[in-house]
Write a protein that binds this ligand. Structure first.
Ligand SMILES: Nc1ncnc2c1ncn2[C@@H]1O[C@H](COP(=O)(O)OP(=O)(O)OP(=O)(O)O)[C@@H](O)[C@H]1O
Length: 299
């Protein structure tokens, strides 16, 4: 069984321009895969289609059928979301760049929201969680390293802590597949490393399949054995991340490769810890990350 299966998926929104153009992709259970591409290449759109939040375009009669499935269950077929999508989503965790948590609720309650698909609706609506459920949520917060913040409002957490709380929620949910849409795009280098470490840890220790979209290829190389690279809605590379040298990226992306090599400028102060680099310095904190791709593009 595949963890994620996408076949011949296309999507046009308003114009004729295709946000996704015949995407085909197979990810095995337990893989940690990076999805890279310049802004507008279709990364978020693909993740949203895999989660069944958006339906793909209907294939023309002459085209191959279009299918997305997760853990063998159909998410959508030929532009129609499956009726059983709720049962698929129970196995799917999603970490967004922003808007991950309900800001006025405590971190612990946010994490316990991960139980909602698995407990009676009335109990979830009333927020009546059992002692065992609270304990499991605390265990999840502990495993992502933010248990001391459990009783604070989510809005008081830094960006990196919120991302880790969202990962804890996916653990409580018992998600088998985690889709992370640019989880480190707004974070400073130290927080980015922590969030990526946490994703790698749950992948390694719990066998959770992780598909993570990233703007910075150096994080893909460091954390993900395999990378799927997108450009203009198409998969232009699918293979070992170690092959993504600056020269190869230039071949794939031309001038856009600079964006992927340098990534977005960090925002110091986005997490609880002081940013290790001066304002405006976008280099990752970990020298083993920076030493690869970034060093090689230096003139
Ligand atoms: N709801 C929408 N309505 C219209 N166009 C959309 C919509 N969502 C995405 N698009 C378009 O689809 C294309 C792919 O967008 P998408 O957000 O998937 O790119 P991305 O690779 O995730 O970019 P970024 O890294 O900037 O988040 C873009 O041209 C975008 O404008």
């Amino acid at each position: 069984m595949t963890a994620i299966y996408v076949s011949n998926l296309s999507k046009s929104f308003l114009s004729d321009r295709k946000a996704l153009d015949g995407v085909t992709l197979t990810i095995a259970p337990g893989e940690m895969v990076a999805l890279i591409g310049a802004s507008g290449s279709g990364k978020s759109t693909l993740l949203r289609h895999i989660a069944g939040l958006v339906a793909g375009s209907r294939p023309q009669p002459t085209e191959e059928p279009s299918v997305v499935s997760v853990l063998g269950k159909v998410v959508q077929k030929d532009g129609r979301i499956a009726g059983s999508i709720r049962s698929v989503r129970a196995d799917l965790g999603f970490v967004f760049q922003q808007f991950n948590l309900v800001s006025r609720l405590t971190v612990l309650t946010n994490v316990m929201l991960g139980f909602l698909g698995r407990i009676p609706a009335w109990r979830g609506c009333l927020g009546l969680f059992t002692h065992a459920e609270k304990q499991r949520a605390m265990d999840a917060l502990n495993s992502v390293g933010i248990a001391p913040y459990a009783l604070q409002r989510a809005s008081t957490l830094s960006g990196g802590q919120q991302q880790r709380a969202a990962i804890a929620r996916a653990l409580v949910q018992q998600a088998q597949v985690l889709l992370a849409d640019e989880p480190i795009a707004s974070l400073d280098p130290a927080s980015s490393t922590r969030v990526m470490d946490t994703l790698a840890q749950i992948n390694r220790d719990r066998g959770i399949t992780v598909l993570v979209s990233l703007h910075q290829v150096d994080y893909a190389i460091k954390y993900c054995p395999r990378t799927v690279a997108m450009r203009d809605g198409k998969v232009v590379y699918d293979g070992p991340s170690s092959a993504l040298t600056p020269d190869f990226l230039r071949e794939l992306y031309g001038a856009e490769s600079e964006d992927l090599l340098l990534g977005r400028t960090s925002r110091p102060g986005a997490d609880d810890e002081p940013a290790p680099l001066a304002s405006g310095d976008s280099k990752p904190a970990d020298p083993s990350v920076a030493g690869g791709a970034l060093a090689m593009v230096a003139p």
